[in-house]
Design a protein. Structure first.
Lengths: 338, 338
DNA sequence: TTGAAAGCGCTAACAG
DNA sequence: CTGTTAGCGCTTTCAA
């Protein structure tokens, strides 16, 4: 009733453990007859090699950690699927960890992953600290970081940078060409690096399109539907009112849309709204949401590929840098002003 | 530059490995002075015990697998958060596995988890097979199964059963009392156990409320938004048309709502819609969705608690059974007929 | 109060 | 072509 070990197999087949091991790993030539005996013994006993024992020797666990902010943010599921798609092909398993936007919790999760000797960690939480990455790297664990930058990061991890500028630029141009002069922004929590970046890109885009960034209303939201709702309340009290809003993510954009409609507005006639992420829902709701798309599933796939690459290359692995572009997707939530 | 081992600590502190081990695990009394020497050495070397080596001896990995259908189904995120909430307190890490509703893939994932010696597996994919659970249990891995039944399951796993009857009953009564006589059902794929159960509960509820189950239109959907859309097209061609629809999950209900609105209907005036799951979105969209709620996060927490309990009790652990109730939540997508 | 040594299940020299 | 043996990093008897 106890675990079947390689020893049991060896005994049963009447060979040595090393022979069994070599049959298993095809790591040296074994006479066909012997091989068959071993294979039979394995079959009969239902033997399964212990990955734990293997890991102790090989220093590889075939596991990776995926650190995200919060699974219930619809940005993540597609990323996760992308990661898993690649992981599955290499028999890697993924530890999912939600930081809940909490730096301290994030660090604890990383430490736990380190203790479990994951082969690598994908840092995709928007609450990031250098310490987390250090914790991993110091313990010889490879790291891939999404959408975060730090001058010290370069030598430690591979990175995927999202080029928000392209998509935001397109969105703002679209609005301005549609006659919008007062475009507000609902940002994410400005303590987050990514929220800062999106905001800066937005301001820059305004400027490039002939509007005064100083005049733009900026409201800080929480990246959730509720934040969009609240932002609408505030926006609607402004004087003059904005005719268009760019929300830092789709959830807030949707919150805004629904709050606006509850207040009796007709969208997009009375207000144009642009989101960011292009979550599934964006194309499904009505009016469908104009948004800035980024290839979430691809990001997941690339991240896992980069990680596997680093794992394959071992300690000396070169750190790679990838930038992904964003693009504006025109749907029904925006229209010409007036 | 290599991993710091317990040996290094022992040498540095001038004691034996076993002393270090005992200090670490408080597993026997150590003189305070010695203890300090050890603690200092650990500190100085930055020693972290290898969980892998520990696991090899203890037969525990402090990891569990969570098998779900598809993270992008909004039913799951809250469940995951519940699972993680409990897991985190005990330093357990969770392998997230998406079956993509594919039995074969599901089995492979389970095998991979078995090979990695997880301490337990939470089966929460709606595509289930007895074989998956067997695979785990035969390898001494504890199992908790959500919303699935099989006569052979009883002795193998703990189970959480969802009592759909209560909520569906309430929903149907609400509709019937509102004057609805023709209530259609958009089911999940009828190959899924849970889809069958929901459908049966619905038919039973019709009967108990004086309607003829034979007359009810049943349309098979895919549990996704798109399925709801398509179902609407079909429903609208029926003659006579239904005045209300009960969709097997919220995603399809939303798809239905949006498709109906695109076709120029006013909801809930022209059609009442009830969903199931009470996903976050249900209360946020407009009109907000009447639905049948189930405590997703609680389910996640309970499942993980049951698993930990089984792990603590070892091989002989009793299998527990829990049933959770569902309740109808009245919102804006339903109203009296006419 | 502490240390020596065996062994968890496996891989990988080293010998034959 | 195959077996013996020494570990991987830790826990845990058994002795002292």
């Amino acid at each position: 009733m106890n675990r079947v070990t390689i020893r049991d197999v060896a005994n049963r087949a009447g060979v040595s453990q090393s022979t069994v091991s070599h049959v298993l790993n095809k790591t040296r030539v074994v006479e066909e007859a012997t091989r068959q005996k071993v294979l039979n013994a394995i079959e009969e006993l239902g033997y399964r090699p212990s990955q734990v024992a293997r890991s102790l020797i090989s220093k590889r666990t075939k596991t990776a950690g995926l650190l995200i902010s919060d699974v219930s943010n619809p940005f993540y599921p597609d990323v996760i699927l992308g990661v898993e798609e690649i992981a599955f092909t290499e028999d890697y398993s993924i530890f999912l960890c939600n930081t809940n936007y909490d730096l301290e919790r994030g660090l604890k999760l990383v430490q736990s992953l380190v203790d479990k000797s994951v082969d690598g960690i994908l840092f995709m939480s928007s609450s990031m600290s250098l310490q987390m990455v250090q914790e991993a790297v110091e313990n010889q664990i490879h790291a891939v970081v999404l959408d975060w930058e730090d001058s010290n990061l370069q030598e430690m991890a591979s990175t995927i940078t999202i080029n928000f500028e392209s998509g935001i630029q397109q969105a703002v141009r679209h609005l301005v060409e549609g006659g919008h002069q007062r475009i507000a922004h609902v940002s994410g929590p400005l303590s987050l690096w990514t929220a800062q970046v999106r905001k800066q890109c937005f301001l820059k885009a305004l400027e490039q399109n002939g509007l005064d960034p100083q005049q733009a209303a900026i409201i800080e939201g929480d990246l959730r539907i509720e934040g969009g709702r609240k932002a609408f309340e505030q926006l609607w009290q402004l004087n003059p009112r904005p005719t268009a809003v760019f929300a830092a993510n789709d959830l807030m954009a949707l919150g805004l849309v629904w709050a606006a409609r509850n207040s009796g507005l007709e969208l997009p006639k009375d207000l144009s709204v642009v989101g960011l992420d292009d979550i599934d829902l964006a194309s499904k709701v009505s009016p469908s949401l104009s948004t800035i798309a980024l290839p979430r599933r691809e990001i997941g796939k690339m991240a896992m590929q980069m990680l596997l690459e680093m794992i394959r290359n071992g300690k000396e692995a070169a750190k790679s840098r990838i930038t992904v572009d964003t693009t504006f997707v025109l749907r029904q939530s925006t229209q010409r002003v007036g």
